[in-house]
Design a protein around this ligand. Structure first.
Ligand code: MG
Length: 381
């Protein structure tokens, strides 16, 4: 008989549906979907979500069709986050909406695209951050509803988008006004979870794709990560006759399991230790409560720095990144010389915040594929 996993009941400090601060434009409740299920569905049906398919995670499509792109990465983050959420007894509908939206603000060409746009926008006294851009997308750029702009998501999903990678105390000099998102407070546990589920997903996936691409070699990975070395040696003992590739994959599976288990157990321990029994105690706690235990945190950091040195900074990926940066700079320059070149929808917004914002938002919304297409038609001569 298979053993069935029972779902824990919702924790007292989980974010209950009835506690929502609601939507900017009030809407009638749906007869059979919760508010966070509706948010999840709105994100899946958005243009920004569909564009994730043609945005680079680490490897561009020139490498292989089965390496992660930003859409498949997002689905992996969502799966990991959902598992951890259910094990902890959190609000999984809210977790799912947050995980699915966590990367929708990414411009083309991954972090290089973001850093290029940020540098350009800083020269105009502004800046560019993909989490703040995601907020602009769900608040303004998505056009699906006749009665309002954006997706009209609940406060908690918008707050989670803003605080995806960091908290704010309200003193920051930001280009977007986010003061009403409870500055100085921690976001709900459901939102705290996403950044770490993101790390579990990309650390394991980047080792996997890095090895598959041939840019990372087995001895290098075994040398660079003590945790991976232990998991690989366990896989070798268990499957002595299987190929290196399969043992590597077994070790990757165990790695995801190991990191997710640490998140679940350490978070439970912190909630107990700090007597966290309500959403208010979560919000007012001096630091985030979802986290790895100390040893796992060290092992996870080791993998991150290994990947930075050996994969992200690999000469082949670096060359592609430099090319992407130049492409973004040239595109920005092309539209700055004559903003009339912008498509009508973006040109009509020139007067709102100035041409640099209209150009930045147009480029940020492009997929890698579309950015290359526009570049070839406009400024490749
Ligand atoms: Mg991500």
């Amino acid at each position: 008989m298979p053993a069935f996993v029972s779902r824990p009941t919702l924790l007292a400090c989980a974010f209950a549906d009835r506690a929502t601060e609601g939507r900017r434009y009030p809407e009638r409740p749906h007869p059979y979907r919760t508010e966070y299920q509706r948010d999840r569905d709105r994100i899946i049906h958005s243009k920004a979500f569909r564009r994730l398919e043609n945005k680079t995670q680490v490897f561009g499509p020139e490498y292989s069709d089965h390496f992660r792109n930003r859409l498949t990465h997002t689905l992996e983050v969502t799966q990991i986050a959902r598992t951890i959420s259910q094990a902890l007894g959190l609000n999984t509908d809210l977790v799912e909406a947050l995980a699915l939206s966590h990367d929708i603000g990414h411009p083309p060409f991954s972090h290089e695209g973001e850093s290029a746009l940020d540098a350009i926008m800083r020269s105009y006294g502004a800046g560019f951050d993909h989490n703040l851009h995601a907020l602009t997308i769900v608040e303004d750029f998505e056009e699906k509803y006749a009665s309002f702009r954006g997706l009209n998501l609940t406060f908690e999903v918008r707050e989670g988008i803003v605080k995806h990678s960091r908290d704010y105390d309200g003193s920051e000099d930001l280009y977007l006004d986010i003061r009403h998102y409870r500055m100085g407070q921690r976001p709900p546990l459901e939102a705290q979870l996403i950044d770490l589920a993101d790390e579990v997903a990309y650390n394991s996936a980047d080792l996997d794709d890095g090895f598959d691409s041939g840019l990372l070699k087995l001895p290098q990975v075994l040398e660079g990560s003590r945790l991976f070395r232990r998991l690989y040696s366990q896989a070798t003992k268990r499957f002595p006759r299987s190929s290196v590739k399969l043992r590597f994959r077994e070790a990757i599976r165990s790695l995801i399991d190991h990191l997710a288990t640490s998140l679940i157990e350490e978070t439970r321990r912190r909630l107990d230790e700090n007597s966290i029994t309500s959403i208010e105690t979560v919000r007012n706690h001096p630091c985030r409560l979802v986290g790895f235990d100390a040893l796992c945190d060290e092992m996870n950091r080791e993998i991150k720095s290994f990947l930075r040195r050996n994969l992200y900074d690999h000469p082949r990926l670096k060359a592609a990144r430099n090319q992407a940066r130049r492409l973004i700079e040239k595109l920005f320059d092309y539209y700055s010389q004559d903003p009339c070149r912008l498509p009508a929808r973006h040109f009509s917004r020139l007067s709102e915040n100035g041409p640099h914002w209209a150009i930045c938002n147009y480029i940020a919304g492009m997929t890698d594929k579309y950015a290359l297409y526009v570049f070839e038609r406009t400024c490749s001569e």
